[in-house]
Design a protein around this ligand. Structure first.
Ligand SMILES: [Zn+2]
Ligand SMILES: [Zn+2]
Length: 140
């Protein structure tokens, strides 16, 4: 069975390796929720990886192919992988991808950002309980 030796989609190898260095926050950026937290990249790593590999003429269609260039990809995409990211709860993460698609188009980063800020403002207006609690804390 010398078919495709690729057991996993290439971007999974990137995520595995990069995950160790992710600095996920302890709460959702939008609603301050603390459960089911996930990391959202403004730049779709799948799209970045495929574009990068084809530009460099790298074959990432096999496990060994992606593993050979994984570190190089990560080194060249520090900003996209580690800085232009948001910690979101699953609910807000799913909602965002519902609006922008499973792999948001490159170039939509600014629109994603303003969408996130808008949801944050909305969430803050709707949950004054959190604010009064922390205010209350100051009087203790
Ligand atoms: Zn949230
Ligand atoms: Zn995401």
């Amino acid at each position: 069975m010398a078919k495709n030796t690729n057991n996993r989609i290439p971007v999974k190898w990137i995520r595995d390796k990069a995950k160790a260095a992710y600095e996920k926050q302890d709460y959702c950026y939008v609603c301050n929720g603390v459960v089911d937290l996930e990391l959202h990249h403004l730049h779709s790593i799948t799209i970045l990886l495929n574009r990068w590999a084809s530009h460099k003429n790298y074959d990432i269609s096999t496990d060994s192919g992606i593993l050979a260039v994984r570190d190089e990809f990560i080194a060249e995409h520090q900003t996209e992988l580690y800085e232009l990211v948001y910690t979101l709860c699953n609910k807000h993460h799913v909602t965002l991808h519902g609006v922008f698609g499973k792999a948001p188009a490159l170039g939509s980063e600014a629109r994603q950002k303003s969408w996130i800020e808008k949801q944050k403002a909305k969430a803050e207006g709707k949950s004054p309980i959190v604010d009064s609690l922390s205010l209350f804390g100051n009087f203790l």
